[in-house]
Design a protein around this ligand. Structure first.
Ligand code: NAD
Length: 351
């Protein structure tokens, strides 16, 4: 396995490997860039089929966090960690304690949060051994409601604010009577549906599990379609809120919406799909900009802040997106390329 030559290695500051024999922990921490501040990113536990696969994942994810933090105006860099293993089987407290030691050994250059396969309870165990575990407690919620540490409400609110800015820019309209097609009614998608319904939007929804669909029909009068149809329905906005790569070679020519604005990470299967969207006249809200509400929440929970400060910071997502849309039109470039360039300008200069 090559390391310095690895395609995803470029510009990483630090990659650390850790093995703890008695607990079975095998983990990698990747720190992409810390010019703006210590790196923050989730710890993912996944049964990777090889260490190469785990390395590729952690390098890509940590780089993505540098872009997300920079565009959210956070004094944070990009980092991520992965544990190689099946979260439903091999996870023990000993393993989480060893992971805490690993995080601590980097002296605060990496701050760990939740990701797939790692729960708040797992992080609380890590936090017994490290000062650099985030998302273990929440002091406030962006809307003043009871905080439980789940970043999804903040993420959903950020996506809602960003979607509204995109509709205002592209359609010169508020959300009343606008049709939004939501792919995936999970933690974020369902809350997004709630916000949109309250603002008078019409909803078309899908999920691979029926539970939330029935609720959305009852509570929001949503129309349900099959998972394979959602991207192609007649709607003003397509909101991918399930898995990555919703915009790909198979789906892109069938998208009828004029705006794409959703929570999912890595919505473009390939970079060139951003250019294709621009050529088709579809306004794309770059994923790591619109879905930054969760990381903004974690940031505020770590410092002396308040629900008001958090809410205002999340609402800034709308302005950031509008800047991207304006610059994309001025420079005749895809919104995804413009966002990448703006993020790089910020984290490479460190301000
Ligand atoms: P979730 O697992 O709670 O919800 C995802 C939903 O999508 C589930 O209900 C699932 O059944 C459904 N789904 C899966 N495959 C589908 C398919 N092919 N078609 C339709 N529905 C499908 O996850 P979440 O926390 O709501 O996150 C949603 C997306 O947003 C993910 O891509 C996640 O990485 C991203 N994201 C989440 C947060 C957060 O704070 N939770 C922050 C940033 C980004």
């Amino acid at each position: 396995m090559s390391l310095f030559e690895h395609k995803a290695y470029n510009q990483h500051e630090h990659v650390a490997f850790f093995q703890h024999k008695s607990s079975g922990l095998k983990a990698i921490i990747a720190i992409h860039n810390t010019n703006l501040g210590p790196s923050l990113g989730g710890c993912r536990m996944w049964p990777y089929s090889s260490s190469e696969e785990a390395l590729t994942d952690v390098l890509r994810l940590s780089k993505g966090m540098s872009y997300k933090a920079a565009m959210a105006n956070l004094k944070l860099g990009g980092g991520k960690s992965v544990i190689i293993g099946d979260p439903r089987k091999g996870k023990t407290d000993d393993m989480m304690l060893a992971m805490g030691d690993f995080v601590q050994s980097l002296g605060g250059k990496y701050i760990c949060a939740e990701d797939s396969g790692i729960s708040v309870d797992n992080l609380k165990v890590m936090a017994r051994r490290t000062d650099y575990a985030s998302g273990t407690e929440a002091k406030f919620r962006y809307d003043g409601g009871p905080a439980d540490g789940n970043p999804a409400p903040s993420t959903a609110y950020g996506v809602f604010v960003g979607l509204k800015a995109a509709v205002r820019y592209k359609l010169n309209s508020d959300l009343r009577g606008i049709t939004v097609a939501i792919q995936g009614l999970g933690h974020v998608g369902y809350r997004l549906a709630e916000h949109l319904h309250h603002e008078g939007a019409k909803l078309i929804v899908t999920d691979i599990f029926p539970d939330n669909l029935d609720k959305a029909v009852e509570q929001f009068g949503a129309k349900v379609v099959k998972p394979g149809e959602i991207h192609a329905v007649q709607a003003d906005v397509f909101a991918p809120c399930a898995l990555g790569a919703a915009i790909n070679d198979d789906s892109i020519d069938n998208i009828k919406a004029g705006v794409i604005a959703g929570a999912a990470n890595n919505q473009l299967a390939e970079d060139h799909h951003g250019d294709r969207l621009k050529d088709k006249g579809i306004l794309y809200a770059p994923d790591y900009v619109i879905n930054a509400g969760g990381v903004i929440d974690i940031y505020h929970q770590r410092m002396e802040s308040s629900a008001d400060n958090l809410r205002q910071h999340i609402e800034g997502i709308g302005d950031t997106l509008t800047d991207i849309f304006v610059r994309s039109a001025e420079e005749n470039k895809a919104t995804s390329s413009v966002a990448n360039k703006m993020a790089e300008e910020r984290f490479l200069s460190g301000c």
